[in-house]
Design a protein around this ligand. Structure first.
Ligand code: NAP
Length: 312
């Protein structure tokens, strides 16, 4: 259980999830957050992480740090995705154990589940089939982190939790087309087409894969909720239940940006998993549920996107 003055270390506080955690924790009245820039503390460095944990009396940890990206980056930088994520999570999880920190949230993603598993995806489908090839190294790193938390819970009686969110969106996302996920990539493409007076945008693949999206503040609230909740399960899915085809997300963004564009499809690019929606019965059993509609989340996200462009 957290107290308002508990010392909570947010790893990756500048990222999409980390920055949302900082916002939401302070909204909820938590006043003792610990954050460190990557420059000062490279979480891949075992010695530095060990010393950092030893020096700071930390009560709880949320690991939102990692090498993260969309299908392009995952496919191109496979070595970085596996090495960085394994190193960061090994250092953080083991340091929690060494410093007697019982409260840790480890974040993974739904790509840990088999590519062709039944939908909605239940936690029990883990390791029942082959993974999606385009992000296999990342997924394997995340599965290792989850198994590490499970093993520590079993052997050392910790209560580490692994939350597996569906695709996320929100303020402070990455709009770099090489690294971004599909939603920020769509926002950026559609906005640029409008500014340049282009009539067409090109979408990777067929536009048909279905994706579930969760507003990032809802995930941050889930992290806070589960830091305060003792659970029997280590692995818990976090989703919104909002599911659309990629092409339909593009149409909704055009509506928000107030532009009508033709959509062309680049079939030379991969589609990725055909459908991904998570079963959130376990999270709901403990009383957690997403609160934000896609329309509300998109409004906030687009306003933040415009602000970030003006700052450049
Ligand atoms: N985005 C999604 O759609 C999504 C979906 C499901 C799950 N998740 C999970 O949520 C977590 C956070 O994702 P995100 O989207 O917030 O990623 P993000 O925006 O890329 O943020 C990652 C953060 O980690 C930090 N970081 C990376 N390498 C580091 C290192 N070696 N040492 C210290 N800090 C380091 C980055 O610091 P710098 O800013 O200084 O580089 C950044 O602040 C990940 O575990 C991811 O699997 C994300």
């Amino acid at each position: 259980m957290l107290k308002k003055n508990s010392r909570i270390f947010i790893a990756g506080h500048k990222g999409l999830v980390g920055s949302s955690l900082v916002r939401r924790l302070s909204t909820h009245g938590y006043n003792n957050m610990i954050v460190m820039s990557k420059k000062k503390l490279d979480l891949r460095n075992q010695n530095k992480v060990k010393n950092f944990f030893k020096k700071n009396k930390i009560d709880a940890v949320i690991n939102a740090a990692g090498t993260v990206g969309g299908i392009y980056a995952n496919n191109k930088y496979k070595a970085d995705f596996i090495f960085d994520n394994l190193s960061i999570q090994n250092n953080i999880i083991h340091s929690c154990y060494e410093n007697n920190i019982k409260n840790l949230i480890f974040l993974g993603s739904t790509c840990i589940y088999p590519r062709n598993c039944k939908q909605p995806i239940k936690e029990s489908y883990l390791l029942t089939g082959e993974l999606e090839k385009t992000n296999e190294p990342y997924a394997i790193a995340k599965i290792a982190g989850l198994k590490m938390c499970e093993s520590y819970n079993f052997q050392y009686k910790t209560n580490y939790k692994c939350l597996m969110p569906c695709n996320l969106f929100g303020p402070n996302d990455n709009y770099d087309l090489e690294k971004s996920h599909f939603l920020p990539a769509l926002i950026s493409k559609i906005y640029n087409a409008k500014i340049k007076n282009n009539k067409t945008i090109t979408i990777w693949g067929s536009g048909k894969p279905k994706r579930e999206l969760l507003f990032v503040d809802d995930l941050a609230d889930a992290c806070i909720y589960f830091l305060n909740t003792r659970t029997k399960e280590t692995l818990i899915n976090i989703g919104s239940g909002i599911e659309m085809k990629i092409i339909d997300y593009a149409k909704q963004i055009m509506k928000e940006i107030n532009v009508g564009l033709n959509i062309r499809f680049d079939f030379s690019k991969p589609d990725g998993t055909p459908r991904k929606i998570v079963d959130t019965k376990i999270a709901k059993k403990y009383g957690w549920k997403a609160q934000t509609t896609f329309k509300e989340g998109l409004k906030i996200t687009y306003a933040d996107f415009l602000k970030s462009i003006k700052q450049k």
